[in-house]
Design a protein around this ligand. Structure first.
Ligand SMILES: [Zn+2]
Length: 181
């Protein structure tokens, strides 16, 4: 199976998001046929998406994707720690994916906690990573943007040959702001 280039994959996601904005249901293929097809021949997703665990940001829906289309890594605050980087490495080296999207969102609780300086408990592993990214930024939206730019830069350093795109999802409008290409 021929893998899509980073740019082709990005165009597919952009198109999927345009479709999503006016959709009531996800039009992605989740049929029995695609289940059997992917069970038989394996998965060949064309993009990896690192997204927040927030229940309002569902990558497959936001991009109108069905089974086998995107390799999704979800963690509160969409940070890239060792296990997320390992998952990205798997996507690049074993699934031949040429596009990695780092997808933050508006009103992110993890970013809010980082702004307020909450670093206790296990959550601190995440918020400390976000604080590194946002530094003294107190505006929630700007901080979310700084965070995705920072995490994207980290991934780019590890995988300079793939397209890495930071993006911000608007939880109200359903729109994605692509921050760089
Ligand atoms: Zn979030």
């Amino acid at each position: 199976m021929n893998q899509l280039s980073g740019k082709e994959a990005l165009e597919k996601l952009r198109e999927g998001n345009r479709k999503f904005i006016s959709s009531v249901f996800n039009p992605g293929d989740i049929s029995r046929e695609i289940r059997l097809e992917t069970a038989e021949h394996g998965q060949h997703p064309y993009a990896a998406v690192v997204a927040c665990s927030d229940s309002r940001e569902i990558p497959e829906d936001i991009f109108s994707c069905g089974i086998g289309e995107i390799f999704t890594i979800r963690i509160a605050g969409n940070v890239i720690e060792d296990s997320q980087m390992g998952s990205v490495e798997y996507a690049v080296e074993h699934l031949d994916i040429n596009l990695i999207v780092i997808l933050g969102h508006t009103s992110c609780g993890a970013v809010g906690a980082a702004i307020e300086g909450h670093t206790s408990g296990r959550v601190g592993v995440i918020t400390r990573e976000i604080i590194q990214a946002i530094r003294n930024e107190k505006d929630a939206r700007k901080a979310s943007i700084r965070n995705v730019l920072y995490q994207a830069e980290k991934v780019r350093k590890q995988f300079p040959d793939v397209l890495v795109v930071p993006a911000l999802y608007e939880i109200r409008s359903g729109e994605i702001h692509w921050l760089e290409e």
